[in-house]
Design a protein around this ligand. Structure first.
Ligand SMILES: Cc1cc2nc3c(=O)[nH]c(=O)nc-3n(C[C@H](O)[C@H](O)[C@H](O)COP(=O)(O)OP(=O)(O)OC[C@H]3O[C@@H](n4cnc5c(N)ncnc54)[C@H](O)[C@@H]3O)c2cc1C
Ligand code: FES
Length: 219
């Protein structure tokens, strides 16, 4: 599906796979579209629909409260239903050559272990080695869980076959904003939002669509 994005400085054209969100398609094409959480909470990826129709994957996304008017939508949650023309109210640049762009993959869950009462460590074994840059995160999808959840890698070697991740159990009363939950601070005692800030640097997150539950075989 063809997408035309008109930013403040120039226009871009790229294609989205069926069901792929506008944001993930643009980042995969090496275009630095604006985003922070990539999972519907922060509103940073808002854009205006000029032509075409989108399917909204999460109509209750907390990030929608930042939208003004019926034509605005969250690029991380919406996939094109037909060719689109979209306006982004930011300067948008092409990524530098060699930047690790998001790429979908499946992975197998390995080595799940309890680190504290409410924190586990686990690994994802990828089908093929991947490079990623410091500050990048992975988006995981699991059967039975709607949408994606973001997790930050705790390993850093290039050409990694395994991603090492840490997850903190979220209290029931926690905020719906993934950037401000205790989970987002699992690896840092710094202020909430640190991860999202750090991740909004020039490199984009790599995106792995993973199905750990379907292929879980903890080592
Ligand atoms: C950049 C970034 C990095 C992060 N890194 C880590 C990390 O390293 N470790 C860690 O533990 N956590 C991390 N988090 C937080 C993590 O992604 C989850 O938000 C957290 O684990 C809580 O998940 P949750 O499903 O319980 O709640 P939330 O993600 O806050 O979601 C709340 C509720 O909203 C609903 N919901 C959410 N998404 C959708 C959807 N797409 N469609 C329909 N309903 C939906 C569900 O009912 C869900 O229970 C990170 C978050 C961000 C943004
Ligand atoms: S990047 Fe889309 S809502 Fe945060």
């Amino acid at each position: 599906m063809r997408i035309q994005v008109n930013a403040r400085n120039r226009g871009y054209e790229f294609d989205a796979q069926p069901g792929q969100s506008v944001l993930y398609a643009g980042l995969s094409a090496g275009i630095e579209l604006p985003y922070e959480c990539a999972t519907g909470t922060c509103g940073t990826c808002k854009a205006k629909l000029v032509a075409g129709r989108v399917r909204d994957g999460w109509r209750e996304a907390p990030g929608r409260k930042y939208l003004k008017g019926g034509a605005e939508f969250l690029m991380c949650q919406c996939a094109p239903e037909e060719a689109l023309t979209v306006e982004v109210p930011d300067f948008v640049y092409a990524m530098e050559p060699g930047t690790c762009v998001p790429e979908a993959s499946t992975a197998t869950l390995r080595n799940v272990r309890r680190l504290t009462d409410d924190v586990i460590g686990f690994a994802l074994e990828l089908e093929a080695p991947r490079d990623f840059d410091a500050g990048q995160f992975v988006l995981l999808a699991a059967p039975g869980v709607p949408g994606y959840r973001a997790f930050s890698m705790s390993n850093f070697a290039r050409g990694a076959r395994r991603l090492e991740l840490i997850a903190k159990r979220k209290p029931r009363a926690a905020s719906r904003n993934g950037c401000s939950t205790p989970s987002a601070k699992a690896r840092s005692s710094s202020a909430s939002g640190l991860l999202a800030k750090r991740l909004s640097s020039r490199v984009s997150a790599r995106t792995f669509s993973s199905s750990p539950a379907a292929r879980a075989s903890p080592a």
